[in-house]
Design a protein around this ligand. Sequence first.
Ligand SMILES: NC(=O)C1=CN([C@@H]2O[C@H](COP(=O)(O)OP(=O)(O)OC[C@H]3O[C@@H](n4cnc5c(N)ncnc54)[C@H](O)[C@@H]3O)[C@@H](O)[C@H]2O)C=CC1
Ligand SMILES: C[C@H](O)[C@@H]1OC(=O)[C@H](O)[C@@H]1O
Length: 257
Amino acid sequence: MIAPAFHLEGQTALVTGAGRGIGKALAIGLAESGSNVVLVSRTMKEIEETAATIVEQTGRKALALCADVTSKEQLAETFQKAISEMGRIHVLVNNAGMNIRTPALEVTEDQWETIMQTNLKSAFFASQLAGQHMKQYGEGKIINISSVGGHTALRTGVVYGSTKAALIHMTKVLALEWGKYGIRVNSVGPWYFRTPLTEKLLDDPQYLQEIISRTPLGRVGELQEVVGPVVFLASEAAGYITGQTLLVDGGMSIYGF
Ligand SMILES: NC(=O)C1=CN([C@@H]2O[C@H](COP(=O)(O)OP(=O)(O)OC[C@H]3O[C@@H](n4cnc5c(N)ncnc54)[C@H](O)[C@@H]3O)[C@@H](O)[C@H]2O)C=CC1
Ligand SMILES: C[C@H](O)[C@@H]1OC(=O)[C@H](O)[C@@H]1O
């Protein structure tokens, strides 16, 4: 048998920001691919509903844990509960994120702190907790949801873009440090997908047309199109891939002129 497994049977994935948008799609898609799932966000109603959907539609185990991922203490409690309930975490998906679209000259300290803590600090300390756990087993996968905004300059915020660029580099350094523990660390960098984070932008016909004009595939992404790359990176099919960022962008990042 030469073809690797793309499924995730027997694994457990913890997804942050799993109550809506990309995180919800990832949680459902990972479960459909065979994984049990731990769903983490601040909105218990959303993650409980998603967990119920997963159990009903896939038969996988789904655990909803309410936490603010900007709190290292709450992250530690969440990992402890998840490991206690599920036995082991094979995959961590750092998806939770947010943006406050402010011109650089007007960014406030509070805005800086909020975006940095939500998008970057949370991913680092969740990765640290996952790394400490995964190291014991000599195997683990961490997938950071960055953005094309971490690869090239976007008009949607210098702080947001900086956190996403930092996530891409953090992916490389953790992959370097943790390869000896059998832990693979990769990143997925989406272009636009319709979610609560972007719907206001995408509802503006002129803005949407500008996005499409910069996108060789001529459209924004469908949520299942970001699920596939994440499932791939979590599977043994990506067994020799670490430190990489997969841009899921309809070709936007290669559009010169
Ligand atoms: N939608 C898009 O076009 C793109 C999204 N991304 C990234 O994908 C990720 C998900 O984005 P969307 O689904 O679009 O956003 P969203 O706003 O629809 O969902 C974000 C999720 O993160 C959770 N969250 C936010 N702050 C949190 C905190 N402090 N503690 C716990 N949970 C928290 C929210 O509750 C929500 O479930 C983000 O990291 C975003 O930067 C990247 C590129 C494009
Ligand atoms: C593609 C970008 O990440 C996009 O830019 C925004 O303002 C939204 O926050 C999306 O993440």
